[in-house]
Design a protein around this ligand. Structure first.
Ligand code: 16G
Ligand code: ZN
Length: 510
């Protein structure tokens, strides 16, 4: 380590006095002007992590669905996963020390984790379209180079694209080349293959209106369009040419307000969807003939995908085990439908992709989605090999199903239901989310995947009392991991009652 260089550079990425930040659910996230030192230090940490794992590590500069003024950073581990928990602690520690202690902390981490400092390090970097992102990613690069790391800056990328690049680079090209070109080709090929096999015709399945949240999704969908020319026609809205990122649009807006984004013309029964600011979240929706808005959220996506996969497995006679992972925000109807009608096991974890991801790894096929639209499907190595083998061996119908399944690994698409039929799989229980500002949100602690409050004393009893007053009801509170607020969620038999229950619970929080 060139200690002098570290000192010199860290003073040009000074930490604001008294600022304490935590590596939270999705890395560091706050106002962009408070993040320069964090970016530099995460560049340093990424190098140690890369040396430790002897692999390429990813750094993504984004604050996802937060307002445009915010920014954030997260590290991506070798197989495209979230950073390992013990390293999150190192990240928090490194982020908060005074400049003169940076070297000591770097040495501490290296000793604790037995990092071989002679090992080479390679970092890949991506960023979203926020005005602050370019400069902040330069600060990451500064941190990387000062510790002697090599890097490739991909520039503007979606979060899933960065995860893909990291994965490709660490699997010695087996999965594909770490280029956008290959990313688009792989996905479009799988999609086209898949839609060839779906026995439905008509534009309905091939056209889609996309609200890009005025973010990176627009740029990347435009790049991708050529590859999809025969398969899919997408109409982009909120493409960033006029509006502000995530402002009155995007997946988070649509989900939490339960209404369409501004800036998108919706005709009745058209299939529409919204991304978030880094395009790792999607929700679908449509307006029916009576002008009612129908939201198809992460819960319904999980239901669709898992029922699709289950049918395919049945067809090819394979008994790979499927599990669905949700959070406390999953609509009660979706959990009931999955367990009772589809008979798939459902598990609940804490909020945040890393928790769901971790649990999903326990299954041959783990389907995980948060109600807000974050999610994916994981195939275990063994399941993937089995499916690829089946796709080669099986005859006719069986082969066809296995082939679809093989393609599904690369891309998930609809199974030929109309958006209305999809929506009608089950009816959401009316629900409401609220934010409550409190002096210190950390006085609330929770257990049972955030469904029960442990502290402050008496809060859970109060919630239980309120919930009892309503039918089909459920409610919980939890401190947000990304904003300085407490979140309240309530379900009840009517929208009015859900609103009322959420309001009553929010009063109990004070
Ligand atoms: C982060 C999480 C998201 C979660 C949200 C909850 C990732 C990549 N992102 O955006 O999954 O739903 O935080 O925010 O894990 P909250 O703690 O403020 O409710
Ligand atoms: Zn996101």
């Amino acid at each position: 380590m060139d200690l002098d260089a570290i000192t010199k550079h860290s003073t040009s990425h000074a930490k604001p006095n008294g600022l304490v930040l935590q590596y939270g659910t999705a890395g560091f996230r706050t106002k962009a002007e408070h993040l320069d030192h964090i970016m530099f230090r995460m560049g340093l940490l990424a190098v140690l992590r890369s040396k430790h794992t002897k692999s390429t590590i990813g750094v993504m500069v984004t604050a996802s669905h937060n307002p445009e003024e915010d920014n954030g950073v997260k590290l991506v581990d070798p197989l495209g996963e979230m950073l390992a928990p013990s390293w999150e602690e190192h990240a928090t520690c490194l982020a908060n020390v005074e400049e003169q202690d940076i070297q000591r902390v770097l040495i501490d981490i290296s000793e604790k984790e037995a990092v071989n400092l002679q090992q080479d390090a390679f970092i890949v970097i991506g960023r979203d379209t926020r005005p602050s992102s370019e400069k902040l990613s330069q600060s990451v690069i500064d941190g990387v180079t000062v510790l002697g790391g090599q890097f490739h800056d991909y520039g503007l990328l979606t979060t899933p694209q960065l995860h893909y690049m990291v994965y490709c680079r660490n699997t010695s090209g087996q999965y594909g080349k770490a280029t956008l070109e290959e990313y688009y080709q792989k996905h479009s090929k799988a999609f086209v293959e898949l839609t060839k096999q779906i026995s439905c015709s008509g534009d309905e399945y091939r056209t889609l209106k996309v609200d890009c949240a005025n973010g990176i999704g627009a740029l990347k969908l435009k790049e991708m369009e050529d590859y999809f020319s025969q398969g899919l026609s997408v109409h982009l809205f909120n493409d960033g040419t006029r509006g502000k990122l995530n402002h009155l649009c995007g997946a988070d807006f649509v989900k939490s307000h339960q209404k369409p984004p501004e800036g998108m013309e919706m005709k009745s029964n058209e299939r529409c969807c919204s991304f978030d600011g880094d395009a790792d979240r999607i929700v679908y929706y449509y307006q029916d003939a009576d002008g009612h808005f129908h939201l198809i959220d992460g819960d319904k996506i999980a239901t669709l995908i898992s029922s699709f996969l289950k049918e395919l497995l049945l067809e090819i006679g394979e008994s790979l085990n499927i599990g669905v992972i949700q959070t406390a925000y999953a609509n009660g109807s979706s959990t009931r439908y999955l367990e009772e009608v589809m008979k798939v096991p459902v598990y609940c974890t804490k909020t945040g992709v890393k928790h769901l991801h971790h649990k999903a790894q326990e299954f041959d096929i783990g389907v995980y989605f948060e109600a807000n639209g974050h999610g994916t499907v994981l195939f275990s190595k063994a399941a993937e090999m089995k499916i690829r083998q089946l796709a080669k061996e099986l005859e006719d119908n069986k082969r066809k199903a296995a082939k679809i399944l093989e393609n599904i690994i690369a891309i998930l698409a609809l199974k030929g239901l109309t958006v209305q039929q999809w929506d009608a799989l089950y009816m959401d229980i009316p629900n409401r989310q609220l934010k409550v500002k409190v002096a210190d949100r950390q006085v609330i602690s929770t257990t049972d995947a955030e469904r029960q409050a442990v502290t402050p004393p008496g809060l859970q009893e109060a919630i239980n009392g309120l919930v009892k007053k309503y039918r089909l009801s459920r409610a919980f509170v939890r401190p947000s991991g990304t904003e300085d607020v407490v979140r309240v969620y309530a379900e009840a038999d009517s929208q009015e009652n859900a609103d009322r229950l959420a309001h009553e619970v929010s009063l109990a929080v004070f």
